[in-house]
Design a protein around this ligand. Sequence first.
Ligand code: PLP
Ligand code: SF4
Length: 441
Amino acid sequence: MVRNLRDEPIHDRYKAVTERTIQRYPEWEALDPDLCRAVQVVSRVLPFRVNEYLMRSLIDWDQVPEDPMFQLTFPQKAMLEPPDFRRVAELVDRGASRQEMEGVVREIRMGLNPHPAGQMTDNVPELDGRPLPGMQHKYQETVLFFPARGQTCHAYCTYCFRWAQFVGMPEMKFEARESEDLVAYLRRHREVTDVLVTGGDPMIMKTKALRAYLEPILAADLEHVQTIRIGTKSLAYWPQRFVTDDDADDCLRFFEEIVEAGKHLAVMGHFSHPVELSTKVAREALRRIRDTGAEIRMQAPLIRHVNDSADTWAELWREGVKLGLIPYYMFVERDTGARNYFEVPLARSHRIFQEAFQQLSGLGRTVRGPSMSAHPGKVRVLGTARVRGEHVFILDFLQARNPEWVGRPFFARYDPDATWLDDLRPALGEDRFFFELEKAA
Ligand SMILES: *Cc1c(COP(=O)(O)O)cnc(C)c1O
Ligand code: SF4
């Protein structure tokens, strides 16, 4: 599939579009009534937010509903189980009270595994016995930081595993109001080389806010912190952030300052589909960021209906390499939210990965995957094989709670339907995986 570089002018207005405002748009008028209803019903349960850039430059309305960017951002009927859909639809139809709606919606949300992999309890670091909100420290070299003001996004991905924090389930929010604790924690943890600022999307913040969080880290002169990573979808959903927003220039200036302070600035760009790289404004944003000395890496999950094709990934990575980006991770859709609609079995995920990988030059083969961010670590499906007559998956850890687990191939029984680590069973006569027998460090 080859798409032409889109020629639309660079829109510099920012307008978020939600369930309430979308009805003012001509795209909505033209949309099939069933699709409209799906948006109205499902968005009661799962977050919905798009913007004018997505609607005008990324979604190809002639391809709707199959269009990948439409699938990526517009709630789909099948994201809810049919009985749940009917329950909410019925409440919408009879204009049920807010209270009644909230009760039902909450029940459905709780059934969607709102915080997978023990996120809330297992990885929160402590300083003198005090838990530090808005931080996670799971793998020794990297601390995650969730600034409070970076916990929304320019648009919401329909499959998002952080969906719970966007729908006002406050007990499920991670957020840090300032970075003082982070700096104190980093002073004591010399093993940390990377700080990964994430959300939501930290690039939703004004540069001033971003500076307020990150300047203390630079000022603290922490030699062991080599890399500041910023995880963001803004290059796909709102590249204007780096081109025409009021504080775009100051943002790039700040990126330069991070680089001048001797840090590697790694923009971890979330790219789901090559169309996201096709607009003028996206390319201008990439060019401007790279001019600061930052590197841009590409990562995204493999999502059914959005990017479950080898050619799509090959095109994405090739196009990325051409633009100077570094392919990094392909993830497996997490075990949360509307996973039934979006998940791709591991066996198929691996085939898609391999077929895409085979189409790249070595410069694109920096990418690793398909990888599951599971409780013990990031587990990659390396391939399948026959060992002593048994059909197996070969897996390894790309990251692990115990660093000694990384890079040790292990086996699981082949299962064409397995979609997550929990579905896998040890192979070759073992009854436990090696990491289940050892204590996490
Ligand atoms: C993925 C991830 C990281 C970063 O891992 P890298 O392999 O270094 O990119 C850090 N912390 C958590 C919790 C993660 O899921
Ligand atoms: S950009 Fe990231 S955090 Fe935001 S909705 Fe998409 S997947 Fe979720």
